[in-house]
Design a protein around this ligand. Structure first.
Ligand code: FES
Length: 619
């Protein structure tokens, strides 16, 4: 049995169990920490420095080329060159984290200036007297005329101004949203200016509290999207909204309740009063976007799959029932099409794809695989119905990545598996599904048509212990990943023939989508400088395995990069930088959507992409 070790990442204090020999990059990905790897993990740039205070291995020659004596003494390592061989504690500094670099702190990272929508300014307003009977609101506006000339003021706000001016003894903080006076607050509250960026996923909602003065992340929390009780995917949510009188309202209430819970939790964590949260920015797929706004998504589910609204939305958060400052604003990222939403806009924004001369491909794999490819001159995108196989659905022993899920499969003399939480195996999650198929293809237990071969048909080099795991099943042969003696139920965890077919369908849909985008742009695999894997699943996937099954193009592995929750990062960027909001609008307007259902060549590509590759040029 292969050894597993506990790896704890600081400062989060997040622990995962990793198989011996796993890279630090992969273990960090499992802990949802995405590292910045400028040279793609080749060990040539020396940028992926981490500290290993517990369990530090000896330094390799390659590491010593980049580290000075002091760093060696402090057990600094290069993440891409370090493997897990003991229980370890690894400290990951912010400069080694992917998005901390990209998401600004003013002047650093990508050139996006910190410019939140809401600004606060402390002013001392001249008190009125018989000689100066200027109206209260005019008096306030006069004090901020350099920042907002002739600012608009809502009637709601006007009603509060006289009392608040006097309660604050004419020393007040003016809250501005561009050229609009949102409110005034007594005294100096400028230190307390916060916003929350949301990523509203079909499965998970993540909220991030940011200090709008610095752009810094202050607290994060997440919840399962409570709409999952109405179905796992967007189509079942839309059906619920269509088939039930109050369906849309119920779905909206659920998501708003989760948003409010998350806001309460992150404010509690950070000791921030909710009154001091002035903006919420949300990204999500087009259906999540519509449901949150209470806009019916019914036309997304039927041809020609039209969204009700594409452009960005700004409204009062209170109008949606979101509990922040009573005058706070809510923004929704613009969409691209019915099946490519603001989450993809967020990915393109965060990855800087619209600034690049180099051809990049971004892939976000979920029930739908959203793909975007292009350069600053032309960006195209599509959505493929990958199905839920990689999320564990329709797979005999499939499960989400929770304790008891096999997350990694390696075949040497026998099968080695890593189980999340070091529990006994109950099933397998998407990454292990890809590994299992890839490894069985590599050793010759599965052939390129996707057939699990009989023990006597399998490649002669297959180790005996592996061959013995091939057992008769309902549709031919199945493969025993973990015998019943090692599972809590006493039942073996199997990869069955039908599972291999489900993987073919899922990976075939994504790969065919990539082929269509390539045809559309007239490019080849070798023209793609980077494949960016976004989303939770993208964090964990093992790149060589994904190539092995033909899910990703056969390009050198160091050109395939993890970008983590890029949609959420895009939301953070847009929250703190109005320039990013403008860029998002441009991405939404200029990215061309390719409807695969309308392409005569898609079926053909899909049939071809169902096959498993015989061999790779870039293993
Ligand atoms: S040395 Fe470049 S990513 Fe590790």
């Amino acid at each position: 049995m292969a050894k597993t070790y506990r790896v704890t990442f600081e400062p989060e204090g997040r622990s995962v169990f990793a198989l011996e020999g796993t890279t630090v990059i992969e273990a960090a990905g499992r802990a949802e920490i995405i590292l910045n790897l400028p040279c793609g993990g080749k060990g040539t740039c020396g940028k992926c420095r981490v500290e290993v205070p517990v369990g530090s291995p000896p330094h390799s020659e390659k590491e010593l080329e980049h580290l000075n004596e002091d760093e060696v003494r402090r057990n600094v390592h290069l993440a891409c060159q370090t493997h897990i061989h003991a229980d370890m504690t690894i400290n990951i500094p912010s400069e080694t984290r992917f998005f901390e670099q990209k998401i600004l702190v003013e002047g650093a990272g990508r050139e996006v200036a910190l410019e939140p929508g809401v600004k606060k300014v402390f002013v001392k307003v001249k008190e009125p007297c018989l000689e100066d009977q200027t109206a209260d609101v005019d008096r306030v506006l006069e004090s901020v005329k350099d920042m907002a000339s002739d600012a608009r003021v809502d009637l709601d706000t006007i009603r509060t101004v006289p009392d608040r001016l006097r309660e604050g003894k004419f020393k007040i903080t003016v809250v501005l949203n561009g050229n609009e006076l949102l409110s005034i607050e007594g005294g100096d509250t400028t230190e307390h200016t916060y916003g929350v960026a949301f990523d509203i996923g079909t499965t998970t909602i993540v909220g991030m509290l940011l200090d709008l003065r610095s752009g810094k992340l202050v607290a994060t929390a997440s919840r399962t999207n409570p709409q999952v009780v109405y179905g796992d995917d967007v189509i079942s949510r839309i059906s619920y909204a269509m088939e039930n009188k109050n369906g849309l309202a119920e779905l909206q209430e659920r998501v708003v309740a989760a948003i409010n819970e998350i806001i309460a939790e992150i404010c509690r964590q950070a000791g921030v009063n909710r009154r001091h949260v002035y903006e919420v920015f949300a990204v999500g797929n087009t259906t999540m976007h519509h449901l949150l706004l209470g806009v019916h998504p019914k036309n997304i589910a039927q041809a020609p799959y039209v969204a009700a609204v594409r452009k960005s939305i700004e409204t009062r958060a209170a109008d949606l029932g979101i509990h922040i400052n009573e005058y706070g604003r809510f923004h929704a990222m613009p969409n691209i099409a019915g099946f490519v939403g603001g989450d993809t806009v967020g990915v393109i924004l965060a990855a800087g794809m619209m600034h690049s001369d180099d051809l990049k491909l971004a892939i976000d794999i979920g029930t739908n695989g959203e793909l975007a490819m292009g350069t600053k001159d032309r960006m195209i995108c599509c959505s493929t119905a990958a199905g839920p196989a990689f999320e564990g659905a329709r797979i005999k022993f499939g499960m989400r990545a929770a304790d008891g899920a096999i997350e990694k499969v390696v075949i040497r003399d026998d099968v080695e598996v890593n189980v999340i939480g070091r529990a006994r195996a109950r099933g397998l999650c998407g990454t292990a599904l890809i590994d299992a198929v890839a490894e069985l293809l590599r050793v010759g237990v599965i052939d390129s048509t996707g057939k699990i071969l009989a023990p006597e048909e399998a490649n002669g080099d297959v180790p005996d212990a592996v061959r013995k795991r091939i057992v008769p099943g309902d549709m031919g042969y199945d493969f025993v990943l973990v015998p019943g003696s090692d599972t809590p139920s006493g039942q073996p965890v199997l990869l069955i023939q039908k599972d291999v077919r489900e993987v073919q369908l899922a990976k075939g849909a994504i790969f065919a989508g990539i082929q269509i985008l390539k045809h559309e742009l007239g490019v080849k695999d070798e023209d793609i400088t980077e494949v960016l894997l976004a989303g939770a699943f993208g964090n964990f996937i093992r790149r060589s395995m994904a190539k092995r099954i033909g899910l990703l193009p056969d390009i050198p592995t160091d050109r395939i990069k993890f970008i983590g929750n890029a949609a959420g990062a895009g939301s953070r960027m847009a929250l703190v930088a109005k320039g990013c909001r403008r860029e998002a609008e441009r991405i939404s307007a200029e990215t061309e959507y390719i409807e695969l259902g309308g392409r005569p060549d898609f079926q053909n590509e899909f049939m071809m992409a169902m096959m498993y590759p015989e061999r790779l040029n870039h293993e």
